[in-house]
Design a protein around this ligand. Structure first.
Ligand SMILES: [Zn+2]
Length: 283
């Protein structure tokens, strides 16, 4: 995500200021993922919303509005998902670990799987043991598609060796884990999945963000690669509109952490500019 403030053209009509988190999807397009607006006292005056102040006079409150909606779910699907389905970051996964008993009808296997489930639950982890009659292959696909971060398998051979198998959804890597190490390995791997998903998305955002000094550079970058372009901007609406018309990108935000690019000249008109803007194609 890039955190920033919207330009006047892109802000919520009537707001004093709109703030946004702009996420880059895997195709390089921007998804405005959540916005917050500062209304000042404009709306409270328009709707005659008042409160009694400490001095006993009626006053108009300053208001804010915050929007985080199902769009964020779309962002998670598009940012982390792959061809096998969802890939959920562990902190928001409804099921964080699924335990699958392999050769379930062999003696002791189901009990062993339920034992692992209880030990994982005791860690405060959201865990499910799938003891349904579906095949192992069906279960693997099912939880892969649902994006469950970790799959724990245990069967007769593992029991003999005193181990279980843990598979990561994000990388597909498998680990043979001694049963006594379950309590350390599960939290460690959940953390590793989260870190990997975050770092990959961050690296993709950085790799597809280009610093440009002119409108032509922005246009060329967008035609060749897509993603976000960063430039300086003078603040004129005409330059913002020209960027849209000629390079096909809209201003996504003015990042909260402002940079100085090149000689600090507007990428469109070349006049001195003090605003650092991120441009992109929005969903
Ligand atoms: Zn300009």
């Amino acid at each position: 995500m890039v955190k920033g403030r919207k330009t006047d053209k892109e802000k919520f009509a009537g707001a004093e200021a709109t703030y946004t988190i702009e996420a880059m999807m895997k195709d390089g397009k921007a998804l405005q993922s959540g916005t917050s607006h500062f209304f000042g006292d404009k709306f409270s005056r328009a709707y005659d919303v008042t409160f009694t102040g400490r001095d006993n006079t009626l006053q108009y409150p300053f208001q804010t509005s915050w929007g985080a909606t199902t769009r964020l779910i779309g962002a998670v699907i598009m940012t982390h998902g792959d061809d096998s389905g969802l890939v959920l970051p562990p902190p928001i996964a409804p099921i964080q670990v699924v335990v699958i008993p392999v050769a379930m009808h062999k003696e002791g296997v189901l009990e062993a799987a339920r034992g692992l489930e209880a030990r994982i639950r005791a860690l405060g982890v959201r865990v499910k043991c799938d003891d349904s009659d579906q095949s192992n292959g069906w279960k693997y696909n099912e939880y892969e598609m649902k994006g469950v971060p970790l799959r724990v398998e245990i069967g007769p051979k593992d029991m003999e060796k005193g181990q279980c198998v843990i598979a990561r959804r994000d990388t597909g890597e498998k680990y043979f884990v001694p049963l006594e190490e379950l309590e350390t390995k599960v939290p460690e791997l959940l953390k590793a999945v989260h870190t990997n998903l975050y770092e990959s998305a961050k690296a993709r955002l950085e790799a597809n963000t280009y610093t440009c000094e002119t409108l032509e550079e922005v246009k060329a970058a967008m035609e060749q690669r897509g993603g976000f372009a960063e430039t300086m901007w003078c603040g004129d609406l005409a330059c913002e509109l020209a960027m849209k018309e000629q390079a096909g990108v809209s201003s996504r935000c003015m990042p909260l952490v402002q940079k100085k690019i090149g000689a600090c000249k507007c990428a469109v008109c070349g006049k001195p500019a003090d605003k650092h803007v991120v441009w992109g194609v929005a969903y």
